[in-house]
Write a protein that binds this ligand. Structure first.
Ligand SMILES: [Zn+2]
Length: 266
């Protein structure tokens, strides 16, 4: 896991101690950080430190990029890869941040690689977008609110970075690069069953645990399931155990046990 530290440039970055103010931001603004054990906190801080040093954050519509914005976004993104190879976000260069909800026109053909473009709601309000070769676009007021309130089950940072992981193989199909052939088999089985179940229920207007937005297509299903895996893992494990298990085997994190452990010791 720590092979990445061998990279000279990163070694230099990590020679600097993790800024105390950044740790305060994590404690105050990122609820999931408090669920981590000390090794995980340490690893997340290293990932965040490198992520911030290597990525470019651009504020739009007058938004000035602050440490809080950098740290909260980076923590959400890096939490997804806490158990995965650190290099998965290597090619991502820019994160564009809007102060509040944005309305986007449909993308012009050729502007990005359209085959793997995720457009959440063309011409309507969006909280984020992810593109195969970057950038990732986020809306700060949603990011800030959701990082503190996992009980909502919504987290646009997890959502967009899950899309990014999904698209690393060139297609937004709801299946990121898995660890074994056997895992692909189980993933296809569980995901298709769960996806069509969500579709059926949401079509009938029935109440669902997972957000009905996940019924839009396979890519959205994976992004929505990822939000619940990190935000409401104990409930997800109870209600959708097979789905929880495949996500746990992919992310190599047991978020439900993490949350239970934290609550036992609270
Ligand atoms: Zn999406």
């Amino acid at each position: 896991m720590f092979k990445w530290l061998e990279n000279h440039h990163r070694k230099e970055i990590l020679k600097q101690p993790f800024p105390v103010q950044w740790r305060e931001i994590l404690k105050d603004r990122v609820t999931h950080y408090s669920f981590l054990n000390s090794d995980e906190k340490n690893h997340l801080e290293q990932l965040v430190q490198v992520f911030i040093a290597e990525k470019k954050f651009e504020g739009c519509n007058g938004l000035e990029i602050t440490d809080e914005i950098r740290v909260v976004i980076s923590a959400g993104a890096c939490l997804l890869i806490l158990g995965l190879p650190h290099d998965l976000f290597r090619k991502l260069i820019t994160i564009i941040v809007y102060p509040s909800t944005v309305f986007t026109p449909p993308p012009r053909a050729g502007l990005f690689i359209t085959q793997s473009l995720i457009v959440e709601h063309p011409q309507t309000a969006i909280l984020g977008q992810a593109f195969m070769s970057g950038p990732v676009i986020l809306v700060w007021d949603a990011v800030r609110r959701e990082a503190r309130h996992p009980e909502s089950g919504h987290n646009v940072v997890y959502h967009e970075f899950a899309h990014y992981l999904d698209m690393l193989d060139g297609v937004a199909d709801g299946t990121p690069g898995l660890h074994s052939r056997e895992q692909y088999r189980i993933w296809a089985d569980v995901f298709s069953r769960e996806f069509f179940q969500l579709r059926r229920k949401s079509k009938k207007g029935k109440k669902t645990f997972l957000d009905a937005y996940g019924a839009k297509n396979e890519a959205e299903f994976f992004a929505v399931a990822t939000e619940f895996f990190f935000d409401k893992p104990v409930q997800m494990q109870k209600k959708h155990k097979a789905l929880y298990d495949v996500l746990s085997d992919f992310y190599l994190q047991d978020t439900a046990e993490r949350e239970r452990h934290c609550k036992r010791n609270a």
